[in-house]
Design a protein around this ligand. Structure first.
Ligand SMILES: Cc1cc2nc3c(=O)[nH]c(=O)nc-3n(C[C@H](O)[C@H](O)[C@H](O)COP(=O)(O)OP(=O)(O)OC[C@H]3O[C@@H](n4cnc5c(N)ncnc54)[C@H](O)[C@@H]3O)c2cc1C
Length: 489
């Protein structure tokens, strides 16, 4: 739904600003070669319907009709998004800038921010190489420079750029023929068989393979070097030779033409491949639109929802998954490096609901860790802490079982839940954040911010903490330890 907002904004840009943006609404086709991937797409379809997204599950024959150059005999089905497309990145940037100027914004080109200072009146004084600018709000959207910008503000931004590349081929006769015959542009193709994307570009094809962890290179870990402007870097074929081999096998037309260009450069990456969008921690009125992996994809929607948040004080849809504060102090540079490599390096791998990825673990363990491991704990992660997800017993291996379907661990989890409900159980809550609320007005204050009735002394209740405009801020277990003493988990 968030990406739909980007599409909606980009589609209207040309009419709004008079600037052409090269929007091609060619759709997107994702191929499933395994039962798990097809399960993922089926699960996606149910969500898409609820969220009002147009998507279709296709049979292999239907998919081949949309992408006749694909010779994939392993295909089980495909997911088709008719509303997806591609756009010219530089044009869209210029159109956005023009649209902003037309509405009264000022754009200062070639002006470097060198520092920030909070004024006595609570505003921000932004120092630049061309003088100071006073702001009520500061939004940082500095791409590959995020860590440097963070340093100016005293923030350790959990993002590091990775290096990615794509190739553009010379004219492909089949593409030329399609155009001549007035056939529609083929959708952007993503196939786990070659772990990458493929689409028409002019009369040729564009192929962008996803770099796997072992071949992935990071960029500017210690800050973007002074020589780097908007430069492109040297081709690195070795990093993705496997993807190329598979692509040539599955799309033979790709191998019958020469290469016209290689485009290789850095873009930001975070541990979960999601942007850092929202308030900067500990700095009033400083907002982040940093760590954006896919700034074209995310650009429109981040602009929209971040401004909504700044102006309205909240979002009309839940954007907490993007909140920059979702990572804690544990997300230092070393941790970020390992997680970023894992995130992009497994981008094309099958992922499952509830799956916690293994890199940089264990980061934080509670004193009970060894004892619970002996008891069969299968570990997940919460807030950087290892957290027992469930306990393996009765000969079941202490290893998580990931699937889109029911797995036998569900029976064990069910027994644990019933034991706690009907008898008694111990739950390791170390990873959860806790607050103690106490004092003469504690009950009155809590009653105002949470939606449920407060529990009686000695009881607990589950309650939602609301935002000022009635949205959900957080969910707490509220334990009332005394008339004016509450413990929130
Ligand atoms: C090969 C390749 C393929 C890609 N494919 C896609 C794709 O298919 N889809 C997609 O969505 N994205 C793709 N991307 C990524 C996309 O290009 C980037 O995510 C996007 O350009 C980032 O936009 P941004 O606005 O966050 O950062 P940028 O465009 O880098 O803008 C940040 C700006 O902040 C400025 N800045 C930094 N520090 C300061 C300072 N101190 N003072 C003043 N200004 C400052 C910089 O000069 C720069 O102008 C690709 C990238 C590459 C390299």
């Amino acid at each position: 739904r968030m990406i739909n907002k980007t599409i909606e904004i980009y589609e209207g840009l040309e009419a709004e600003t008079g600037q052409p943006v090269g929007w091609h609404k060619c759709g997107q086709l994702r191929i499933a070669n395994s039962r798990d991937r097809l399960d993922e797409y089926k699960s996606y379809m149910s969500v898409a319907e609820v969220q009002g997204m147009r998507a279709q599950l296709l049979t292999p024959d239907e998919a081949r009709k949309l992408w006749p150059l694909l010779d994939n005999k392993e295909m089980l089905g495909a997911l088709y998004h008719p509303d997806d497309g591609h756009i010219a990145p530089a044009d869209v940037t210029h159109a956005m800038a023009k649209g902003a100027r037309d509405l009264g914004a000022k754009v200062y080109l070639n002006t470097e921010v060198t520092g920030f200072k909070r004024t006595a009146g609570g505003e921000w004084l932004v120092h630049t190489n061309k003088g100071d600018i006073t702001c009520e709000h500061v939004i940082c959207a500095t791409g590959n420079y995020a860590r440097q910008t963070g340093e100016l503000l005293g923030l350790d931004i959990p993002a590091i750029p990775i290096l990615h590349q794509y190739w553009i081929t010379e004219a492909v006769p089949e593409v030329v023929e399609r155009k001549r015959a007035g056939r529609p542009e083929m959708p952007i193709l993503r196939d786990e068989g070659f772990e990458g994307y493929l689409r028409e570009e002019g009369d040729g094809l564009m192929f962008g393979p996803y770099e796997r962890t072992e071949h992935l290179k990071l960029f500017a870990e210690d800050g973007v070097p002074a020589w780097f402007g908007a430069d492109l870097l040297e081709e690195d074929f070795e990093a993705v030779s496997w993807n190329w081999e598979q692509a040539l096998r599955l799309v033979p037309a790709l191998g019958r033409v020469g290469i016209k260009a290689n485009v290789r450069g850095p873009f930001q990456m975070t541990a979960d491949e999601l942007p850092l969008m929202g308030p900067a921690w500990g700095l009033p009125n400083v907002w982040l639109a940093e760590g954006v992996p896919g700034g074209i994809l995310w650009g429109g929607t981040i602009g929209y929802y971040l401004s909504e948040r700044v102006v309205e004080g909240g979002n009309s849809l839940d954007t907490s998954d993007l909140d920059p504060r979702r990572f804690g102090d544990y997300a230092n540079k070393e941790w970020t490096r390992a997680k970023v490599r894992e995130a992009w390096g497994t981008h094309a791998e099958q992922k499952y609901p509830g799956q916690d990825m293994p890199a940089a673990r264990p980061q934080k363990t509670a004193p009970s860790y060894d004892r619970l491991t002996e008891l069969g704990a299968v570990w997940g992660v919460l807030n950087g802490w290892e957290m027992p997800n469930w306990f393996a017993r009765g000969g079941v291996e202490a290893k998580d079982q990931y699937s889109w379907r029911w797995t036998p661990k569900g029976n064990l989890v069910g027994e644990e839940v019933l034991a706690v409900r009907n008898a008694v159980g111990l739950v390791e809550m170390t990873p959860m954040t806790k607050f103690e609320v106490s004092g003469p007005n504690a009950a009155r204050w809590l009653d105002r911010i949470i939606a449920n009735r407060l529990p009686a002394v000695g009881k607990v209740t589950l309650a939602h903490h609301l935002t000022a405009n009635g949205g959900v801020q957080a969910e707490y277990m509220v334990a009332r330890l005394g008339e004016d003493l509450f413990y929130l988990i």
